[in-house]
Design a protein around this ligand. Structure first.
Ligand SMILES: [Zn+2]
Ligand SMILES: [Zn+2]
Length: 179
């Protein structure tokens, strides 16, 4: 389980929701394929061989940002040296809070569970494991993300849950959410 572990710096290289994405040099902030607006950064997930950055569209409120293949969300698996991204001046690009997510094997009763790291996904709807856009193999479940601590600063998964997948061989990542 992932529990809330406080408020890190916005560019801290730790497992967190919110803050600023850490990206390789030359990175282009993703734009939504449906509305063309700048996506919102959701989460930074360090892995032992890289880091995942998750984005989704929050501009029009009409884009299919829940769908792993719509182009209205985007997850990257970076294996390069990373630095804080330059944030676009237009669009709803950042969450209202930065939250450290702390892996906790056995959460205490008063811990707020904000996600899951590895293991098997707990699907709300049907199994929607994406296939890798490069090798077409089923991707590996990497993390689940709850919306967050407070409604006004949380992500919007329709009161559901976000799912992050990776293909480590291809350095690909994917994101979707269900409600
Ligand atoms: Zn959009
Ligand atoms: Zn692959």
């Amino acid at each position: 389980m992932l529990t809330s572990g406080g408020t890190p710096a916005p560019d801290a290289p730790v497992l967190r929701t919110g803050g600023v994405p850490l990206v390789p040099p030359g990175f282009t902030w993703p734009a939504c394929a449906e509305c063309e607006g700048a996506m919102q950064f959701i989460a930074h997930l360090p892995l032992d061989d890289g880091a995942v950055a998750v984005f989704y569209c929050q501009n029009a409120g009409m884009c299919d940002d829940w769908d792993a293949t719509s182009g209205a969300n985007r997850a990257f698996l970076f294996t390069e040296e990373l630095q804080a991204a330059e944030v676009p001046t237009e669009g709803d690009t950042l969450l209202g809070a930065v939250t450290l997510l702390h892996p906790e094997a056995a959460p205490a009763p008063d811990d707020v569970v904000l996600g899951q790291l590895g293991g098997e996904p707990e699907w709300i709807q049907n199994d929607e494991t994406p296939t890798c856009p490069r090798c077409a193999a089923p991707m590996t479940f990497t993390a689940a993300l709850e919306e967050g601590l407070h409604h006004d600063t949380a992500a919007n998964f329709g009161c559901g849950c976000g799912y992050v997948f990776t293909c480590r061989d291809c350095s690909e990542a994917a994101f979707l959410w269900q409600r």
